[in-house]
Design a protein around this ligand. Structure first.
Ligand SMILES: [Zn+2]
Ligand SMILES: [Zn+2]
Length: 264
């Protein structure tokens, strides 16, 4: 059984049309007992979603949806913070305005370059991946969020372009990120969106999860990154299998930003 889907979007994200109720109904139909709605909160001036999130409407809809599904589904209030290390005052102010269950921290931009934009990959692979992990190290060093989203999401676009991604080549940089997460109690989002995309991999993959477990990391969440109801829970069996194969024993539940480990 899939214990939860902790990374998914509704129409409060600029790249989704789904109502929260549609996302919830899909989870119920698929037998998933718990979800977390994690709409984008982006402030990077060049991001197409920048300034799109509207807290008042979002609060009204999540409260209404939770009441509607109360007997069938646990609905967590999450949020996906873009580059929280660069927007600390704004992101912390947002988190103070509603009893969020958890915040994802996401790196979509390295400087003024978006890591889904082909332009970012007009450089050697080692440089594109290396720069990404350096920025991810800075982001996790600062913290201010509960779950690190789609660890090496740069491969979603990078892998089809370069034809390869070998985490071992960046092992020191990756381990530095993992250590920051462990020190700060930040969980890893095992994100399955890459399995539906051209890169065909989990982010992070089982190799990185093994390093995390070796270093003493225990906290992971599973996320489809669904932007529509069909994708809710997609490939999360694979994410669960990867966690187990890495030697991890739990998934992490969040309530009001408190973590609880649940056996898998
Ligand atoms: Zn993201
Ligand atoms: Zn997302």
């Amino acid at each position: 059984m899939i214990p939860h889907d902790y990374h998914l979007h509704s129409h409060y994200s600029c790249d989704s049309q789904a109502t929260m109720a549609e996302q919830c109904a899909s989870a119920v139909a698929k037998g998933i007992p718990e979800i977390g709605i994690t709409d984008h909160f982006d402030l990077h001036p060049l991001d197409e979603c920048s300034g799109y999130f509207k807290l008042a409407g979002w609060m009204a809809e999540i409260d209404r949806t939770r009441a509607e599904f109360a007997d069938r589904l646990i609905v967590r209030a999450g949020i996906e913070l873009g580059e929280p290390h660069l927007f600390q005052a704004e992101t912390q102010a947002l988190l103070a305005q509603y009893p969020f269950d958890y915040a994802l921290g996401s790196l979509h931009w390295v400087g003024d370059e978006m890591v889904f934009d082909p332009v970012y990959f007009e450089r050697p692979a080692d440089e594109a991946y290396g720069l990404f992990f350096e920025e991810l190290e800075r982001m996790t060093r600062v913290g201010g969020f509960d779950v690190l989203s789609h660890f090496d999401v740069v491969v979603r676009r990078g892998l089809p372009i370069y034809g390869e991604y070998e985490p071992r080549r960046y092992e020191d940089a990756i381990r530095a990120v993992l250590k920051n997460c462990i020190k700060r109690g930040i969980a890893l989002d095992i994100n399955s969106q890459g399995l539906r995309a051209r890169c065909g991999v989990l982010t992070p993959n089982v190799e990185v999860l093994k390093w995390y477990a070796e270093l003493g990391g225990e906290r992971v969440t599973l996320g489809s990154d669904a932007h529509n109801p069909q994708d809710i829970g997609a490939d999360l069996e694979a994410a669960l299998d990867a966690a187990r194969a890495a030697g991890l024993k739990y998934v992490t539940q969040f309530e009001r930003r408190e973590a609880r480990l649940v056996r898998i």
